[in-house]
Design a protein around this ligand. Structure first.
Ligand code: NAP
Length: 319
């Protein structure tokens, strides 16, 4: 099979397409023929070698994907060959024509969700769910600022928050991104590339917002307090550097800052997340937005774009 193989950490070009043996299933495992793989920022951090978690080299990147069950082990109960599925990780990496998975990494994909949409599900929707409901305990009627809403996690957060009856303020740095988040149902949309956008938000919401989902905390965390209400909560979803921060900001507002990593979710939290995603797909309020698509061999371009370009939904690789 064809797979992207990383033999040394570094720039996107360290990802090369190679012909490698297809994995064979153990008793508890499934082999999934990948129809689309999702590209997440974390894939780029891992590939660079600067992430807390470093896989053993060589490795095949990718955690998200959707496809068709190709083979099952003798102990697999919930799936048959030919089932449409999406993945929440794999044993062998998803930037490939096939991925080997444990049964708990495989989930049924409803017929009305395409493989490309299925590849955009796990990390973005699970992260947004964990931030909103498991960390910040978002409630009906609250006002949320999704600070960076045009990408994978942001779009997912809009869909979860709208379904939970929150008022959604969304930001994006491009005109296409702002149109996208408006079309997704954001009640108010602002441009985070403008100097005065936080003043604009403050003028519309003089009492501040209850909750902020922060995608770039190193740039925004201190400024977020200009638009946070008393007793407000901020969830740090993304950060790419350090900042000077005055802790007194948290005192005057009795504010709470949550850090979060999806990978810290325990088994019962993960089960709740997966059940909620499956219900959201069935009920129809979750629907990923697929942006750019690249053939598998251009994974390095996809990694460049996910970090360097303005976001528009999810970037997908097609094997
Ligand atoms: P993505 O699809 O690349 O989207 C990035 C988002 O950040 C876009 O909406 C982008 O908006 C926005 N952004 C850029 N500049 C910004 C600024 N100055 N202020 C606010 N937002 C800004 O990435 P993603 O998959 O949504 O992930 C978002 C972040 O969360 C990444 O840093 C990722 O590593 C992190 N993450 C963390 C976890 C976790 O467990 N903690 C899990 C998944 C993702 P424009 O492009 O429109 O400017």
């Amino acid at each position: 099979m064809k797979a992207i193989v990383v033999r040394q950490f570094g720039e996107p070009k360290v990802m090369k397409i190679e012909e490698v043996p297809a994995p064979t299933v153990g008793a508890s495992q499934l082999l999934v023929r990948i129809k689309a793989a999702g590209v997440n920022p974390v894939d780029t951090y891992i590939r660079s070698g600067n992430y807390v978690f470093k896989p053993q080299l060589p490795y095949t990147p990718g955690k998200d994907a959707a496809g068709i069950v190709e083979a099952i082990g003798s102990e697999v109960k919930k799936f048959s060959v030919g089932d449409r599925v999406f993945l929440s990780g794999s044993l062998t990496g998803t930037y490939a024509q096939f991925a080997l998975c444990e049964e708990n990494q495989v989930h049924h994909l409803p017929d009305h969700i395409s493989f490309e949409e299925g590849a955009a599900l796990f990390i973005p929707y699970a992260t947004a769910y964990r931030a909103l409901f498991q960390k910040a305990k978002a409630c009906k009627g609250e006002i949320i600022l999704i600070h960076g809403a045009s990408g994978g996690v942001g779009i997912a957060a809009i869909q979860w928050a709208k379904n939970a009856c929150l008022t959604v303020i969304a930001t994006a740095g491009s005109e296409e991104g702002r149109k996208l988040v408006k079309d997704q149902g954001a009640n108010f949309v602002f441009d985070h590339s403008k100097d005065d956008y936080l003043n604009e938000i403050a003028s519309v919401f003089p009492n501040g917002v209850n909750l902020i989902l922060e995608m770039l905390a190193n740039q925004n965390l201190a400024k977020d307090f200009n638009v946070l209400s008393k007793f407000g909560r901020i969830v740090i979803v993304g950060s790419r550097g350090t900042l000077n921060f005055d802790p007194r900001l948290t005192m005057t507002k009795d504010a709470t800052i949550y850090g979060m990593s999806l990978f810290n979710a325990n088994d019962s939290e993960m089960a709740e997340i997966i059940n909620s995603i499956e219900k959201g797909l069935t009920d129809g309020f979750l629907k990923p937005v697929v942006g750019k698509k690249f053939p598998l061999e251009l994974a390095s371009e996809a990694h460049h774009d996910v970090i360097e370009k303005r976001a528009y939904g999810k970037i997908i690789l097609i094997p």
